[in-house]
Design a protein around this ligand. Sequence first.
Ligand code: SF4
Length: 399
Amino acid sequence: MKPNLLGLSREKMKALFSELEEKPFRAQQVMQWIHQRGVLDLNEMTDISKVLRGKLEQLVEIRAPKVVADYPSEDGSHKWIIEVASGSRVEMVFIPEGSRGTLCVSSQAGCSLDCSFCATGKQGFNSNLTVAEIIGQVWLARQQLDGFDAAAQRRISNVVMMGMGEPLMNFEPVMDAVSLMMDDWAYGLSKRKVTISTSGVVPAIRRMKEYTDASLAVSLHAPNDALRSSIMPINKKYPIAELMDAVKEYMSSLQDKRVPVIEYTVIKGVNDHRQHARELAELLKTLPCKINLIPFNPFSLSDYRRPSDSVISNFREILQRAGFTVTVRTTRADDIGAACGQLVGDVEDQTRRQERHARRAEARQNEASEHSGQSRVERARILASTGKAAASDPLVLGS
Ligand code: SF4
C-alpha cells in the first residue's frame, strides 16, 4: 500500500523527502499544502517541480476519509459519520462555543474496553484508525466548517480525543496525529488545546511523555476500586492507585503548570451518592486537577439513568467545598445522538459483544414484560423496535 501523505508527521515527511534526496523544506511545503490549504491533489501544489510531483505520484497517495453522513444539531453542534478503510463507520462531533469550538475525534472503530455506561463499548471492537484517519477528521471538519481559505475563520480551537475508542490502545497513530494537530506546519494548535482522554491504560500513560506534551483527561467515574472495576473492566488490570501515580508522573513531566481533567459520569443509583463525592474528594486531594461531572446520557442497551439536577448539584457542592474546580458538562447535541457517551457508529464487531449485549437487553425486556403482564404480541413489537433503535444509535463519546 502506498503511504498516505495526509498521515505523515513532520519527522516522517522529512524522512520521506530525505530518502528522495530532496531538501527538508519540501516537507514543510507539502504539509502546508495539505493541512493549511486543504489541497490533496499533487498537481495543484504549484511550488513543487513537475518532476518531483511525478515522482511522488508513483510512490504515495493523499487521501482523506469519506464523510458518509452529516447531522447538524439544533444547538449548533455537528456530527459527521466517516467511513474508514476497514469498512466501519466512526463519528466525530464539533461543539461550538461562541465563535470557536471543540472537535471530538475518534481513535478506534469501536472499543475493546466495554465500560458499562458507554455506547461505544457496547459496539465491540473492529479496528484501530490510521494516522490519516485520525488527523483526517480534523482536516474534514475544517473543510466542512470553514473551508481552507486563508481568510476563513478557524473555528476549531480545541481537539479532544474523546470520540469512539480508547486512544492509548492505538498509541503510535494517536501520538503522530496529535503531533500534527500541534505542528505549526499543520494545524498549529496549542498543547493546552489538544487533549488525550484515557480510561487508564497505565503503561501507555507512562510512555506518553516520550512522545507528547498534550493535555490529559482521565475517565475515572468512580472513587474506589470495587465500584470502578464493576463499571470499567480496565480497572481490574490497572487499579486506581497505579493510575493516579502514572497521571502524576505524566503531569510532572510537562514544562508548564497544567492539571489533568478528571471525568466523572454521574449515574443514578450507581456512583452519585454524597458518600461517593466525599470519597472522590479524598482520593484526589493529592492530585491537582479539575473535575468534570458528566450527567449520564441514556442510550438503548443501557438501563442506567441520569440523576436529577439536585443530585448533581449536591455532588458538585461537596467537591467544591473540598476546594476543587468543578464543571458540569452541559448536554449538547443529544438530538443527533452525539452527546457524551452516546456515539456508536456502525462497527463490524470482531468481538461478538454487540450480539451479547443485544441478547441481554432482550432478556431484560422479556422479564420486564412478563412482570407487567404484556401480551406476546406487544412484547414482539417492543423487541423489534428496541433492536432497530440499537442498530441506528449514533456514536457515543468515549474515553
Ligand atoms: S468509555 Fe472509552 S474506554 Fe470505555 S468503552 Fe467507551 S470508548 Fe472505550
